[in-house]
Design a protein around this ligand. Structure first.
Ligand code: DX5
Ligand code: ZN
Length: 221
């Protein structure tokens, strides 16, 4: 069985006190830091990149889960790996050759993830089921935190978990966008095991938010 993991999205943190807030997520049990990179082309917004990753790497012992919402991300994987990325996830829609991008990530010694936007058919991931280590189903249009979960995502998560199981593949299935305590159980039930949450962690009491998520994640069969 794959472990259930919480990946708080740093995008929703208060950057004035970032180190302190990351530490709180770690102490309350979150295993990953989800690091959203946006280039203003693949998605409308611009977030942060390599220098910020180098700076936060080592602030905690958490796994650095880097989500590249960037056109032709293969151009940058070496640098992100050198700055401390443990997992690098690219978007299928952003690459001319997604398989080559996944190979480039593995060549740097990082774990390789591949993501699809809500409108991309799940079947498009079939060629990469063996090659990728993690699959990210976006449950909102990528680009901004704080959006509402798209309910059709549940069926897509189930479909992908089914495709993996049919092949005997035990891989990580991450879901990102609009996940809160109120709906995380449904996302886990559908077949996800890596939960990204920005607003659900960083709005309000961070320690309590993480602890409440972890209670649901660790008790879920
Ligand atoms: C959206 C990002 C997400 C975002 C999630 O494009 O990939 O990681 O921060 O934020 P919430 O949990 O607020 O939807
Ligand atoms: Zn993300």
């Amino acid at each position: 069985m794959t472990e259930n993991i919480l990946a708080p999205s740093m995008l929703s943190a208060d950057f004035k006190v970032l180190g302190e807030q990351l530490k709180q997520t770690e102490e309350a049990g979150a295993q990953y830091i989800h690091f959203d990179v946006m280039d203003g082309i693949f998605v409308p917004s611009i977030s942060f990149g390599m220098p910020v990753l180098s700076s936060v790497k080592g602030a905690t012992a958490q796994v650095m889960d880097v989500h590249l919402m960037v056109t032709e991300p293969a151009r940058y994987v070496k640098e992100f790996a050198a700055c401390g990325a443990d997992i690098i996830t690219i978007h299928l829609e952003a690459c001319e050759d997604p398989g080559a991008a996944l190979d480039a990530i593995h060549a740097c010694g990082a774990r390789a993830g591949i993501s699809i936007k809500p409108g991309t058919p799940v079947e498009e991931l079939i060629p990469y089921l063996e090659q990728a280590d993690m699959f990210l189903i976006m449950s909102v249009e990528p680009g901004f935190g704080g959006q509402a979960f798209i309910p059709e995502s549940l069926g897509r998560i189930g479909q992908l978990r089914g495709l993996l199981e049919e092949r005997g593949l035990e891989k990580d299935l991450e879901v990102d966008g609009g996940i809160y305590h109120s709906n995380v159980a449904e996302v886990l039930d559908a077949g996800a095991n890596v939960i990204v949450s920005g607003s659900g962690v960083y709005r309000g009491d961070i320690r309590k938010n993480v602890a409440d998520f972890m209670e649901i994640l660790s008790n879920h069969e």
